[in-house]
Ligand binder design. Structure first.
Ligand code: NAP
Length: 422
């Protein structure tokens, strides 16, 4: 404790969350925690307050209180501090341990690097968790959306997302080209003329800690399998190695609790021991098909940064799309919840978009704090609202006879249901 904040106020009411044991991911959560929130860019101004309202209602209905500490990044960071990612914001999320954020805009090509990636790297939020499950009443492009119940664990700090890349035309990119061609012997590989080059680091440390989180989750939540998703047939020393390290973790660290798919067939004729989690692997392009064609056979997915982004969006499409899909970033004894969607600038400030993804990201945050009753209430209240046909524009256009609500009206309808269901 003890950061000094330049331009934000620490709420005078409320108790900070304290770390009990960082390595054991153990926090002491009071009933009145201080929780930093970034509303975010674009539609963040719509979905941020809507989510706060619902989370407040669920906390109050279960005898607790959230003391919000509004912090700034992106556009609001530039307005308040003339900086994209002010130190106050990073320090608040670091100090108070559990936080939630809306989307932040990242310019394509030129401009600043992703603030999301910077936040995840700076505070070592190494696992991005994206559960995809179907809520009653949500329209879907597939005939059996109820079969979708997967949780993607996406490595969050490395891969081609690490930001090690050089722009075409710079001295640096020519140095890298020279090194690759002359010193490493890849002299026919890079085309002549302008080129941009990126590096894809996949480490044993980064891979194993992510895969452990996925296996631990599967064991704690009675899941049947963890699938390592990779493109190791082509990228052998990065993605292939990720899968090898995954099997090492499974075989060396969990005893009888975890069994690999090969062992399952070699020794048990495909019959898993009771309560054991099966670890298998699939090639990423095949996996994008499997999530559609064999949806109910998969459970928990563990994968690298880029694959995880693609696969979780593909899963999300089956359960209502980006307006619904929640997510959260976890490190050791820290959580930063955030929806999967971006800032959708064309809808910014219109009180139009669906706040469900941000609300259900808040549910992940509540569950991380051990407030499972409040989390369940949030889920049930959202489901009740949608199944009554009260929806925002994105779902209304797919539902016959649905009632189209504004973002704020939808949040109010969910709050009413929180009260009714409590
Ligand atoms: P996006 O903001 O997610 O929006 C893409 C489309 O998804 C929207 O046009 C809309 O589709 C639908 N959508 C997204 N959020 C919705 C919501 N809450 N309710 C209903 N529909 C929703 O993706 P983008 O346009 O590719 O990215 C915009 C910016 O966001 C970029 O700067 C990107 O870098 C950033 N981004 C940030 C994060 C983050 O902060 N974690 C994540 C992803 C992207 P329809 O128009 O078809 O209805």
């Amino acid at each position: 404790m003890g950061y000094e904040y330049d331009k934000v106020e620490v709420p005078s009411d409320g108790t900070p969350i304290e770390v009990v044991d960082e390595d054991a991911d153990e926090l002491d959560i009071p009933d009145d925690p201080i929780i930093p929130i970034i509303h975010g860019d674009g539609i963040g101004q719509d979905v941020g307050p809507a989510a706060q309202q619902v989370l407040d209602a669920a906390a109050a209905a279960t005898g607790r209180e959230i003391n919000w500490m509004r912090v700034f990044a992106g556009e609001s960071g530039r307005e308040q501090y003339d900086e994209n990612l002010p130190e106050d914001t990073v320090n608040a999320i670091d100090e108070f341990r559990v936080a939630i954020k809306g989307p932040l805009t990242t310019p394509v090509g030129a401009g600043f690097r992703s603030l999301n990636v910077a936040l995840r790297q700076t505070l070592d939020f190494y696992s991005n968790v994206r559960p995809t499950y179907h809520l009653d009443g949500v329209p879907s492009p597939v005939s059996n959306p109820g079969q979708m119940d997967m949780v993607t664990f996406r490595e969050n700090t490395e891969d081609v997302y690490a930001g090690i890349e050089w722009e075409e035309g710079t001295e640096e990119v020519e140095q890298v080209r020279e090194f690759v061609e002359d010193e490493m012997g890849f002299d026919q590989t890079i085309h002549d003329g302008p080129v941009g080059i990126g590096v894809k680091p996949i480490s044993e440390f980064g891979s194993k800690r992510l895969i452990r989180k996925a296996i631990d989750y599967a064991l704690e939540n009675d899941r049947d399998s963890v699938t390592l998703v990779h493109k190791g047939n082509i990228m052998k020393f990065t993605e292939g190695q990720f899968a090898d390290w995954g099997y090492e973790v499974a075989e060396e660290e969990y005893g009888d609790e975890v069994i690999t798919e090969d062992t399952l067939w070699e020794e048990r004729d495909g019959e898993p021991p009771e309560d054991a989690v099966v670890v298998n692997d699939r090639i990423a392009d095949n996996m994008l098909q499997q999530v559609l064609t064999r949806t109910d056979q998969y459970d928990v997915l563990a994968t690298m940064n880029l694959n995880g982004d693609y696969i979780s969006d593909a899963c999300g499409a089956q359960i209502g799309g980006l307006g619904i899909a929640p997510g959260a970033n976890f490190g050791d004894a820290r959580c930063l919840a955030e929806p999967v969607h971006g800032s959708a600038p064309k809808y910014a400030g219109q009180d139009k978009v669906n706040p469900t993804a941000m609300i259900l990201s808040g549910r992940l945050m509540l569950e991380y704090m051990g407030w499972d009753d409040a989390g369940q209430l949030v889920r049930d209240a959202v489901e009740e609202t949608i199944s009554a046909g009260k929806v925002t524009y994105d779902l209304e256009r797919q539902i016959e006879g649905g009632e189209k609500l504004a973002t704020s009206e939808f949040a109010e309808a969910v709050v009413d249901n929180v009260h009714d269901l409590a």
